[in-house]
Design a binder for this molecule. Structure first.
Ligand SMILES: [Zn+2]
Length: 290
């Protein structure tokens, strides 16, 4: 962590805290409390990279969230968004990629705390012995989860989500067959492998440029319940429940706290990715989604 950046964030966070508290109270009173989704990747104490969070920071973050927010599943998040009213700020926890080390401590900790979470895994890596290309390129040989671990999580009640087959940039795929395979077929294969429905899909990388309008259509047609991005948007009651915007909260605790207390700067500067032709979700517009 860059100490100057961290100090700047700290003064910004604590400086705007009274304003935020006031604003958040107003939203709660109006039934407009945010329904947020956060994404972690890898929980380990080796400080290996920017998407690794230490156990201590993760534990403190989760307990702080538990005290201050409703911790809910993606399904409940969608229900609250759809119902157009939410009286308590809520957070849905998820993980992307599927790192074996998460099973050592972080996931058992969440299960022990009775906190729901969604675990998005890249099918090609949890079913093989390969390393993620973004890790391989950085010389980091982190083990992906095994299918046996994913099955065990599913059996413990964890929602398992799809995160493509090869972890590509979905936004740059022009070929329809590749797109169908990465989004739909890979999730179906994951479903077959674990014997449970895979209802949600997380875009690899998850920034605006990594999303695809066609992928949203394909997923709606294939019966997915929802898709998630990771560029850092907030969800409010009445928003489109089919696309849940998440924020990556790997790293320092302050980053998590800053996000989920509604950073006004981020809220005003990060636009929602619009994939719908006329602002109507395919899932809502009556496209058969089951
Ligand atoms: Zn990923």
């Amino acid at each position: 962590v860059n100490p100057i950046k961290h100090a700047t964030l700290a003064s910004y966070y604590y400086g705007s805290a009274p304003l935020r508290r006031c604003r958040n109270r107003r939203l709660v009173r109006a039934g407009r409390a945010p329904i947020m989704a956060v994404a972690y990747h890898r929980i380990a104490d080796d400080a290996a990279n920017a998407w690794t969070t230490s156990r201590n920071v993760f534990r403190r973050g989760v307990l702080w969230l538990k005290k201050n927010f409703d911790l809910i599943s993606l399904e409940e998040a969608q229900r609250r968004i759809r119902s157009e009213t939410n009286g308590r700020p809520a957070v849905s926890i998820s993980f992307d990629d599927g790192y074996a080390i998460n099973c050592d401590w972080a996931l058992p900790f969440l299960l022990e705390q009775n906190i729901p979470f969604t675990y998005f895994v890249t099918h090609g890596f949890v079913s093989g012995n390969d390393f993620f290309p973004h890790d391989w390129n950085a010389g980091k040989l982190f083990k992906p989860n095994t299918l046996a671990q994913i099955k065990e999580l599913a059996a413990a009640g964890v929602e398992i989500g799809g995160h493509s087959r090869n972890h590509p940039d979905i936004g740059s795929i022009d070929d329809e067959a590749t797109l169908v395979d990465e989004v739909v077929t890979s999730s179906r294969d994951l479903e077959d492998a674990i014997g449970r429905p895979v209802r949600y899909f997380a875009f690899p990388f998850g920034q605006h440029a990594n999303l695809s309008r066609r992928a949203f259509e394909l997923a709606a047609d294939a019966g997915f319940e929802g898709l998630v991005s990771a560029y850092g948007g907030y969800n409010f009651p009445g928003d489109d429940p089919f696309h849940l915007q998440r924020m990556c909260v790997d790293g320092p605790l302050l980053r998590l706290k800053n996000w989920v207390t509604l950073d006004p700067y981020k809220q005003w500067t990060i636009p929602r990715y619009e994939y719908r032709p006329h602002g109507v979700s395919p899932a809502i517009a009556g496209v058969e989604t089951r």
